[in-house]
Design a protein around this ligand. Structure first.
Ligand code: CTP
Ligand code: MG
Length: 181
């Protein structure tokens, strides 16, 4: 697999894990997951992790995975690139893992004294990728091995922080997000 193909496969495959964060920004609000609870003087997760944002994020990512799966033969053929399809279990684990990773990161941020919205470089950019990949590897090991070659994983780890900063920067400029990270 050459580098350009690896970039195409990495981007395509991770789309259902990328979209949930952005959908959550648009849909967020309402009851926080931690219900306002405090642990050792700090919020467990904070007001930035809500039930609505999480649910809409997972649903948006899963819907996108099903859509991509439906158009996969056509897109693969048109580009001449062997893009993977998305089995139903993967359509759930990619967005669910992404949201869980983001929630875990907020938990760690609160434990380390960072207020809601504070930056935690690299954790902010990679939390959702790591848990999305782990959950998917556990739930669909065969598909994971076939899809995520070492080269594709390496591309994901480089490409994701760049895309994350770009999309969050745009969301910030559009006034959708309070911080550009
Ligand atoms: N959001 C949500 N539910 C989630 C994730 C995000 O409702 N599970 C919404 C919230 O409105 C949040 C916004 O998306 O403020 C931006 O997400 P993020 O940057 O992850 O949260 P922060 O507010 O920065 O909080 P934290 O410091 O905990 O990351
Ligand atoms: Mg944030």
């Amino acid at each position: 697999m050459n580098a350009l193909v690896a970039v195409a496969v990495a981007f395509w495959t991770m789309l259902p894990a990328y979209v949930p964060n952005n959908a959550a920004v648009l849909a967020g609000g309402g009851r926080p997951i931690d219900g306002g609870r405090v642990w050792h003087g700090r919020r467990v997760l904070g007001d930035g992790k809500t039930w609505r944002g999480t649910a809409v994020g997972v649903l948006a990512g899963a819907a996108l995975a099903l859509l991509l799966d439906a158009v996969q033969p056509a897109v693969s053929g048109a580009l001449g690139v062997p893009l993977p399809g998305f089995p139903p279990v993967v359509a759930v684990t990619l967005p669910l893992g992404a949201m869980l990773g983001d929630i875990l990161a907020s938990f760690l941020k609160r434990r380390t004294g960072r207020e809601r919205g504070a930056a935690f470089p690299l954790l902010d950019q990679l939390d959702f990728v790591v848990v999305a990949l782990l959950l998917t590897a556990l739930a669909a090991p065969g598909w994971f091995r076939d899809t995520f070659t070492l080269l594709v994983v390496a591309v994901v780890l480089v490409l994701t922080p760049v895309l994350h900063l770009l999309t969050n920067g745009v969301a910030y400029l559009l006034g959708l997000k309070d911080e550009p990270y």
